[in-house]
Each structure stands twice: as C-alpha cells, then as structure tokens.
Design a protein around this ligand. Structure first.
Ligand SMILES: Nc1ncnc2c1ncn2[C@@H]1O[C@H](COP(=O)(O)OP(=O)(O)O)[C@@H](O)[C@H]1O
Ligand SMILES: [Mg+2]
Length: 331
C-alpha cells in the first residue's frame, strides 16, 4: 500500500504551456505575472484585534493551476472568501472613514474591477468557488444540485417562467449539460440519489461538477482532497488537471503536499496572514522560508516527501480505503 500517485505521464501540451508561461517569473511574494487573470491589492481582514489576512499585492496567472498552501490558521480560507466576495476586506473603500484610496482593497478579475462585489456577481463574472455540500443540499438529488449551479435558472426568472416554451427549452438544455458533467465525473447513475448519500469523495466530485455548471473562467477549490479516500484522489487530480487543460484557471487550497507537488504549476505560501513565498512548486517546497513557515506553526507537517510515509501511516490509509470501499462502493 502506498499513496503513490502513479507514474507521472508526459505533460500534456497545456501543462507544458502552463509551466512555460511562468518559467521566467521570479519566485518572490507579490511578483507580477505575464498574463494575470486576478490581481488583488491591499487585502486586509481583521477579526477583533487579530489580522487574519494582510496581502499587499498578489497576481494569479491565467490558465494555470496555482496552489495556496500554508499552516492551519494562515488565512487561506479567509483570503479565498475575500477574493470571491463571500467576505469583505477590513480595508474595503468606504465613503466615510475608510482607508486612503491608495491603501484601499482593490481586485481586478479578467481585466475588470470586482471591488466590493458580492459573491453572486463575482460568480457571474466567471470566478466560482466550491463549498462542502451543506445539509440542505444533501436532501436534494444529485441532479437537482447540478441544476442549482446553472446560470440563468428558469425557476429564478419570473418572466421566463411565464413564457413556458422558453422555460422548457432552457430546462432541457441545462439538464443535458448537467448530465454531460455527471457522466464526466462518473456520477450519472447516481443522478436521482440524494446528495447526502454520496461518499465524501463523490461529494467532492459533485461539488466540482456543480461549479462547472456556470461555465466559470476561474475555479477556486478549498481543500478538494479533504475527506477523499486515496482511491479517489487520482481521479480528482485528473479532473483538476483537465480543467486547466481546457483553459480554465484553477486556484486551490490544499493540505496534501503530495498533491500540491504533483499538480501545481505555481505555489503561493501563506503564513500568519501574509504571502511569505511563491514560485514553481519544486522551487517553493524546498525553500527554507517555506519550511520554516510550516515548522514554526506545526512540527509534523509533511511537505510531500514520500520518505516520510511510515508503515503506520500506510496501514491507516489502507484501512481507510477498505472501509470506504465496503460502506460506500465508491466508483
Ligand atoms: N469569522 C471569524 N471570526 C474570527 N476569527 C476568524 C474568523 N474566520 C477566521 N478567523 C481566524 O482567522 C485566522 C485565519 O483563519 P483561516 O482563514 O480559516 O485559516 P486557514 O484556512 O489558512 O486555516 C485564524 O486565526 C482564524 O481563527
Ligand atoms: Mg482553511
């Protein structure tokens, strides 16, 4: 038993292009990128007296897979929420009493300002983040979950609902789109099952499939591997790479350093709310500042060196897989 991610196949054309697109970029925090899809400035978030996030400048290169890593409490999730409009920076511009304009939070997505924009609008612009399926959505079927992810849902537009033929045509269209995606994620035969009955790994796949219903330009995944058994890891990795290969930009937060090493074109490291390092994954993960950032916060963090995989850990993983296979029958 091992968590070996398999023989690394030759990089696809898109993968090689992604690597090449940032090859000349210096590995420095906040460094400009040749073709950034997302540019953020002065992103600060305080909770009481505590500064959870303080990022003066960050750029995310278009069309590549960027990993955001860092110890627990580094501010990764908060940062995700801030850039996708689910949370508001403390440094957001205000009519009265806000920060000076050159210190105010600013975000540009795909060449347009998304300053102070809520999550729904940010999603409409093409930047979508995934969430763990909530309890309420567990009581919907897999297909219903997918339809909720669609753009321009007929049920939400009263006017369209009145014009029945338009409604029906659009519903057929999004149902077909949903079924295509479910097929791709090997969830089609579960389309009428309750989302709550899926295994942890299948929920992650559904989450990703649902996010794709809105045809995003950039997809943000918060710990896509959490709760996924190693048997499904490979398939999730493949899906994430193929999103990139189809031209999507991927930004993901992940604890699993093996995965980060294997699929990221670029890695951004946060510690104590700040970006402390960024660069190509091989460079960054052997960087002393990065190792210090991890070791400072918790000593047992595995930076993805397979030699750290002890027999004990391997045995635990094997048990986990066996258990999940028995109870869930994961595809
Ligand atoms: N809603 C909140 N209220 C108060 N503190 C919070 C809140 N959300 C996050 N924090 C704090 O902000 C810091 C960063 O948290 P988080 O963004 O979840 O880190 P990460 O995702 O890197 O583990 C932590 O110290 C956390 O306790
Ligand atoms: Mg988090």
């Amino acid at each position: 038993m091992s968590t070996d991610l398999g023989v690394t196949p030759a990089p696809t054309k898109a993968a090689a292009a992604a690597t090449a697109s940032v090859a000349a970029v210096s590995p420095l925090p906040g460094v400009p990128k040749p073709d950034p899809i997302l540019v953020v400035d002065n992103i600060v978030r305080q909770f009481g007296g505590m500064t959870a996030v303080n990022v003066p400048h960050l750029e995310v290169q278009r069309g590549i897979i960027t990993a955001l890593i860092g110890p627990n409490g580094a501010g990764k999730t908060t940062f995700f929420n801030l850039i996708t409009g689910f949370d508001k920076p403390s440094s957001a511009p205000r009519l009265i009493g806000g920060p000076k304009s050159d210190h105010a939070a600013r975000s540009m997505f795909n060449g347009r300002s998304v300053n102070n924009m809520g999550a729904a609008k940010v999603a409409q612009r093409g930047m979508v983040r995934t969430f763990q399926l909530t309890k309420a959505l567990s009581r919907l079927t897999v297909l219903e979950n997918m339809l909720l992810g669609a753009k321009d849902q007929p049920g939400e537009n009263l006017f369209a609902a009145v014009i029945k033929p338009l409604w029906a045509a659009r519903e057929r269209e999004i149902t077909a789109q949903a079924e295509d995606l479910l097929q791709r994620f090997k969830l089609l035969e579960k389309k009428n099952d309750m989302a709550g009955s899926l295994s942890g790994g299948q929920k992650k796949l559904l989450e990703m499939a649902r996010a794709l219903m809105s045809e995003p330009t950039m997809i943000m995944l918060d710990e896509p591997m959490a709760g996924v058994n190693p048997a499904l890891t490979q398939s999730l990795l493949g899906h994430i790479k193929s999103l990139r290969d189809e031209g999507m930009t991927v930004l993901f937060v992940e604890h699993d350093m093996h995965m980060v090493r294997h699929i990221s074109d670029w890695v951004v490291v946060m510690a104590e709310g700040k970006v402390v390092a960024e660069g190509p994954s091989a460079t960054v993960m052997d960087d002393q500042a990065v190792i210090d950032a991890y070791l400072g916060a918790h000593h047992d963090t595995d930076l993805g060196d397979d030699s750290l995989l002890t027999d004990e850990v391997a045995e635990e993983l094997a048990k986990e897989v066996e258990l999940e296979n028995r109870t869930e029958g994961d595809a």
